[in-house]
Design a protein around this ligand. Structure first.
Ligand code: ADP
Ligand code: MG
Length: 714
């Protein structure tokens, strides 16, 4: 039997008694594949019972044969008596039929051309039949082609699992189907001594939030009780669901809270002051009058920098709201205090754009600004490493190249990360490591919905630029189908005649990157030769060589090229105010937040700007509804909320490396009420329980779990 010393949920799957070896192995492989790929390990019983039903079916209402009504659908449970196959219609068809009984009567069931059934539905078999019942010739009921479920399992207890109750329906796990999984789950749960399943949450918290015991939650979530409200289960809002979701959120929110606290308690590596000299230097670099919002957020940032705790701040502002200048001013504060600043951007194009803009802004200053990207030659890279290590470079702008092995800083006091959602928590940590607990400013144009702000970003203070630079007009957005293409081209021609420029964007979808790239290239060619032979057109995509890219960008920036055909590489960072129209091909393939980012590339000048979302012919109504939001609003926050609702947080924030944990049960949108309760509890713990033994225990639990260890880096 089971080793009593192993907690049951830690048992490996092949150790579950009486599950056949082959099944156990298949099961173990499938469950393991379902565990986070980030931390592979053997699958345990705990993992198995964490594989939850996708929905529930109410099969609790069995009808007795004596209770059947002519013409009605019903399920009966019967035992097969006489079964046989015979030909009909001159031998062209075969009928398999049996008669069967329950305690109240006899019925007949038959199938056309399914003779193989005679192998399983044999005399003595217990079967569940579901179909439309009719009164037959001799007065007894019969059913044609019913759904059936064989109840004969070796131990005879199967009937308690698959029928006569609310049953769980699982998504196929590997090649194990719902019925077999249901049996294994049932058996495993009945074998587990649930009293040995430890509660990890504090008792008073459980009581305050009226959570059911953990063991009970697992049992019920798989096999809802007799009188359980099945609707709540199907909405994933039963007490069992709530309990497990609560716990899932709890550990993450606690981990993030601890990370924040850890950062705040470790001594700050910098001493920053803002005398008249610093203030004048900051003012001198301003190329324009800052908006009220820009002034306010700069004050918040400088307050942190001069304060006793290391800054850990998120600067959130819609596309085009002017985050760059704020970051530059903050960098000037650091530099004037003798510290270096590093600015990390997710793409080379964005890093270059920053470098160009910032060098321009700081042209008259004494500061040395350098650009470090992966595509530089190794000699140049070595020079830049040296400039960083000696402290000669005051502001180092770059891509991931900034966190490569050889990069050292003399005195890195300030770290800026642009478009945070492209980086994982780990990369943030990598850059921070290069300074001694430096101030960190994370910039994002994607508004962080409150639920994410509370969890993944819960360790960041937030500053928001909620005001656009003067003179901006909202971009007029239209969703159009293929039939409008000719008209759109005429419109583009008009715009170009008026001296403006145009973007045409192609999506690059990871799975079909090559094909998409081909499509973009061919389109550029067609536009050049057939549609706009009179205008110069450039093509930019991520697979181009750096100097090719540079040349194309420069041609567009200078106004020589009128049209830029691009893949999403321009999503962030291109700043050409004269471009006033953007056409987005296959718009239905983009997420809303991404569309919003793209759209932000136009409308930077004084002209009215337009964004045309071409949605092809295969527009589904869901896609259309989605895109309609883009027509309705320019409010990035509303768009982000909607996007998250439709696609889930991980997708919305872009890619797997976003550092956003995939919740197994919880859903940040659906379960926001649970999240609020969790947040309240964690705040309470962090403010009042710090010195208790219970708190120390909770910290240990967090530390032991790999996925929370990731969250608490930093
Ligand atoms: P984002 O927040 O998207 O990074 P940027 O910092 O690139 O926005 O600013 C967008 C554009 O607005 C830039 O061309 C910048 O020079 C301009 N800008 C920013 N702030 C102001 C301001 N206060 N007045 C006028 N123009 C501004
Ligand atoms: Mg920006």
């Amino acid at each position: 039997m089971l080793k009593p010393s192993t907690p049951l949920v830690e048992l490996h799957l092949h150790e579950i008694p009486r599950v056949a070896m082959k099944t156990a192995q298949k099961l173990a492989a499938a469950v393991a594949a379902n565990i986070s790929a980030a931390a592979p390990r053997d699958a345990t019983v705990g993992d198995l019972i964490h594989y939850l039903p996708m929905r529930y079916e109410d099969r609790s209402n069995l009808t007795r044969i004596s209770g059947l009504t002519h013409g009605e659908y019903a399920t009966v449970e019967v035992e097969v008596r006489v079964a046989g196959t015979y030909p009909v219609k001159g031998g062209k068809l075969r009928i398999f039929e049996f008669s069967a009984v329950d305690r109240t009567g006899q019925i007949r069931a038959f199938w056309w051309n399914q003779a193989y059934l005679q192998k399983t539905l044999i005399r003595g078999a217990r079967v569940l039949l579901y179909g439309q019942w009719k009164r037959g010739r001799r007065g007894s009921f019969e059913v044609e082609n019913p759904d059936y479920e064989l109840l004969a399992d070796e131990d005879g207890s199967a009937d308690a699992i698959h029928t006569g109750r609310r049953v769980p329906v699982y998504r196929k796990l590997g090649d194990i189907r719902t019925k077999q999984l249901r049996s294994i789950m049932h058996y495993t749960l009945s074998m587990l001594d649930m009293s040995r399943m430890k509660e990890l949450l504090p008792g008073d918290l459980i009581a305050r939030n009226t959570l059911i015991p953990r063991s009970e939650a697992y049992r019920q979530i798989h096999f809802p009780a007799e009188d359980a409200p099945i609707e709540l289960y199907n909405l994933m809002q039963s007490p069992a669901h709530r309990r497990l979701i609560f716990e899932e959120f709890f550990w993450l929110v606690l981990a993030v809270g601890l990370r924040k606290q850890g950062r705040e308690e470790s001594p700050k590596g910098t001493v920053i002051e803002t005398g008249d000299r610093v203030r004048n230097a900051v003012r001198r670099v301003l190329p324009f009058k800052p908006t009220g919002a820009q002034k306010r957020v700069l004050r918040e940032i400088v307050n942190d920098m001069t304060g006793p705790k290391p800054m850990n701040r998120l600067l959130q502002g819609d596309v085009g709201s002017g985050k760059t200048i704020v970051a530059v001013q903050a960098a000037v504060v650091a530099i004037e205090n003798g510290y270096q600043t590093a600015l990390m951007a997710p793409t080379e194009i964005l890093a270059e754009q920053h470098s160009r803009t910032i060098k321009h802004i700081l042209a008259k200053s004494p500061y040395r600004v350098e650009l470090l990207t992966g595509s530089l030659g190794s000699a140049r890279k070595r020079e830049l490493y040296e400039a960083a290590a000696s402290g000669e470079a005051d502001l180092m702008i770059g891509t991931h190249a900034l966190i490569q092995e050889g990069v050292r800083f003399h005195k890195l006091g300030f770290v800026i990360i642009d478009e945070q959602h492209r980086f994982g928590v780990l990369q943030r940590a990598e850059l921070m490591k290069r300074g001694y607990n430096p101030d960190v400013l994370v910039m994002t144009a994607t508004p962080i919905p409150r639920s994410l702000a509370m969890t993944v970003y819960g360790d960041l203070d937030v500053s928001i630029i909620d005001e656009m630079p003067p003179g901006r007009k909202p971009v007029v957005t239209k969703v159009r189908g293929e039939d409008a293409r000719a008209r759109i081209y005429r419109f583009l021609d008009q715009i170009i005649q008026q001296g403006r420029q145009v973007y045409i964007v192609y999506p690059l979808v990871e799975e079909s990157e090559k094909l998409d790239l081909l499509a973009a290239t061919q389109m550029a060619e067609r536009l050049r030769t057939e549609i706009f032979p009179q205008h110069e057109i450039v093509l930019v995509h991520g697979k181009m060589k750096q100097d090719e890219k540079d040349r194309a960008m420069e041609e567009f920036r200078s106004g020589a090229a009128k049209i830029m055909v691009a893949t999403t590489v321009i999503e962030v960072g291109v700043d050409v105010p004269n471009a006033s129209v953007m056409v987005i091909e296959h718009a239905e393939r983009f997420g809303l937040s991404q569309l919003h980012q793209l759209r932000g590339r136009v409308g930077r000048g004084d002209e009215q700007a337009y964004c045309i979302l071409l949605a092809g012919d295969k527009r589904t109504s869901e896609a259309r509804e989605r895109l309609a939001i883009m027509e309705e609003t320019n409010d990035g926050f509303r768009i982000a909320e909607k996007d998250m609702e439709l696609r889930g947080p991980g997708e919305m924030m872009g890619t797997r490396q976003s550092g956003i944990p995939a919740f197994k049960i919880g859903n940040l949108v659906r379960d926001h009420a649970v999240l609020e309760s969790v947040k309240r509890e964690v705040d309470l713990l962090l403010t009042t329980q710090q010195n208790t033994r219970e708190f120390a225990r909770l910290v240990e639990v967090v530390k032991k779990q790999p996925k929370y260890r990731l969250a608490s880096i930093g």
